[in-house]
Write a protein that binds this ligand. Sequence first.
Ligand SMILES: [Zn+2]
Length: 473
Amino acid sequence: MRSVKKSALICVFLILLTMLSPVTAQTRRQPVDLLVVGGTIVTMDQTRRVIDNGGIAVSNGRIVAIGPRGEIESRYTSRQKVNATGKVITPGLINGHTHVPMVLFRGLADDLDLQEWLTKYIFPAEAKNVTEEFVRVGARLGLAEMIRGGTTTYCDMYYFEDAIADETAKAGVRGVLGETVIDFPVADNKTNVEAMAYVEKFVARWKGHDLIVPAIAPHAPYTVSEEHLKAVRAFSDRTGAPIVTHISETKREVDDSVKAKGASPVAYLERIGFLNERVIAAHMVWPQGTDIAILQRRGVGVVHNPQSNMKLASGVAPVPRMLTDKVLLGLGTDGAASNNDLNMWEEMDTVAKLHKVFSGDPKVISAQQAFELATIRCAQALHLEKEIGSLETGKRGDLLVIDRDTLNQIPLYNVYSDLVYATKAADVETVIINGRVVMRNRRLLTLNETAVKADARTFRDRIIKSLSTATGP
Ligand SMILES: [Zn+2]
């Protein structure tokens, strides 16, 4: 009798425990701002972990936890959930080099070399058209294009960069944004004194912002004097602002530098004490002699722009060698006028294929390396690897959910191969930046796409007219 009573009691206790346990677990779950669950997570962390049926918890803009879905869902709860079942979750792509408002010059002048393209078309078009309004309208078009294509961070150089920062923050996109310093009068500043005063105010305004890293952008060593380059470096030392620039883009630039300064652009910049771990140098198509060793030693970030370099026939950067020699190397599109889009999927595909055909070795850059160049390696080149570039606890919540059900992705054997050689920008379904959903199921949430397109179209006629008056009847 006694033992029957005892076992009945145990039974009741067990039933109660079963009934109560889900409630107990639920009450213990930590509320977070956002949960992304299901799907294959390509983390790009140090071990390049790929988690099947994974989960990510994000709070206050940062990743709180990442792991198997069951584990994440048992520990965290959120009112905002993205179900990524059957899809791929990756870090947001990083476009290491842009001039974002130049989308308004997309297709204006093609099939020319850099000097002719710049001096006959781009510089005159800029002189006649670039205003703060132009820059804002162009930035919104470029930002919409970048979000759609899964770019969550970009590194820019243009005029009125303060207005670009404003549009970028409003769109919820992350940017390293450099205000141009150049030794001739431009749209926003007519003298070096004006430009330096602008940069001073610009950097003070945006420093410490969650999304914007304000930077100073001397155009190139051939358009900015030694004295002004030294002032840029001193400004960067004082404020910690990154320095965004172009170096060794064409053979002609290198030959001219050797003639005028007795050194390659990199060697010249080293000689004047310009290079350090805050410099982000676009192109580097023609490093000479010990240039690569200098770049590596100084911790300079280099951004390779394969499609722009191909289109302007600037040459082929020694990317495999820079990778072997441990240069901090990332990938970018350059401005849309020389590309002609801001699509990092194409850039990844191109970087892998260009260097295979150029070296005659199909193993020279793997699909995984190409994907690294648009994520964690590009974060290193922008000196932001502690914040972005991979999906890890403590890093910013910048991530993509990519559809895996489009015809061009079926069937899937290797996730990196799929991402680099088969995925298209249109396959990006949901984009999250700093924990905020900026595109959900292909719908832009921070920009009005119809208005963005209409505003951009109004500039077409204005630009054509300005160029016809510039060249005369
Ligand atoms: Zn550029």
